[in-house]
Design a protein around this ligand. Structure first.
Ligand SMILES: Nc1ncnc2c1ncn2[C@@H]1O[C@H](COP(=O)(O)OP(=O)(O)OP(=O)(O)O)[C@@H](O)[C@H]1O
Ligand SMILES: [Mg+2]
Length: 235
């Protein structure tokens, strides 16, 4: 038996952009799936929004996923026969939001990810980055508490990846959600407010290291030049 996770202890706070990196097989996807209630841990406890989900029944978990969690995957998983607008509306309608309100929320989310002009496009009429932005809008649609993203930039070039990360970062702030991204992409890691590293199913580096590193970096920045005070002073 493989112990995919061993002794992981992670707390996510609201409006936080958290990134986990680590080598292939280190347990990143497993961790994300457990937080997203797609997998169950053999032991341990997961709480979401103050609720212990460990003993929840499938129906309760489905509801929890619908209302509190948004997923973004490496391959966007959009429904090919639905337009961008309809793809974003779908989770809202499933959650019982009235058609008009769903339309408005979907348009707003698509506008927020910069796709106002693409509402009626089908997924295959959009670029990879645009498709991923629709997936982000869809993940955000239902005011989730947590957005979970597994390699969201894995299929994108660096520039597009940077844009997608920026959109997710802003989503954390504007929607007051915690965004947790697992990735190999240094561009994403670079944007993290908290950066963790996983190895062999454990979190081996926590956010302290990152703070200390950036502190060190600041410490070696050159002292800004003195303002040209003497020049403006009379005599
Ligand atoms: N369904 C499964 N059944 C048994 N073992 C699994 C299963 N899924 C993953 N594992 C194992 O659990 C460990 C962690 O896998 P996981 O997919 O979480 O890694 P990862 O960090 O996401 O890797 P990658 O960067 O390649 O996506 C690996 O050793 C993997 O082989
Ligand atoms: Mg993975």
């Amino acid at each position: 038996m493989v112990n995919a996770l061993r002794g992981v202890n992670l707390t996510l706070y609201q409006a936080e952009f958290v990134v986990i990196t680590g080598p292939s097989g280190s347990g990143k996807t497993t961790l994300l799936n457990i937080i997203g209630t797609l997998d169950k841990p053999s032991s341990g406890k997961v709480s979401i929004d103050g609720e212990d989900i460990t003993g929840m029944k499938d129906g309760q978990l489905t509801k929890l996923r619908r209302y509190k969690i948004g997923f973004v995957f490496q391959f966007h998983n959009l429904i090919p026969v639905l337009t961008a607008q309809e793809n974003v509306e779908l989770p809202l309608l499933t959650a019982g939001v009235k058609s008009k309100a769903a339309q408005e929320r979907a348009s707003l989310m698509l506008e927020r990810v910069g796709l106002k002009e693409r509402l009626t496009h089908l997924p295959d009429e959009l670029s990879g980055g645009e498709q991923q932005r629709v997936a982000i809008a869809r993940a955000l649609a239902n005011h989730p508490k947590i957005i979970l993203a597994d390699e969201p930039t894995g299929d994108l070039d660096t520039k597009t990846g940077t844009e997608v990360v920026q959109i997710m970062y802003e989503a954390a702030k504007k929607e007051n959600a915690s965004v947790l991204v697992v990735t190999h992409d240094p561009v994403v890691a670079d944007r993290a407010e908290k950066l963790f590293e996983m190895r062999d199913g454990m979190i081996t580096k926590g956010p302290q290291q990152r703070l200390r590193e950036s502190y060190r970096l600041r410490a070696i920045e050159p002292v800004p030049p003195e303002p040209a005070r003497s020049l403006s002073q009379p005599n």
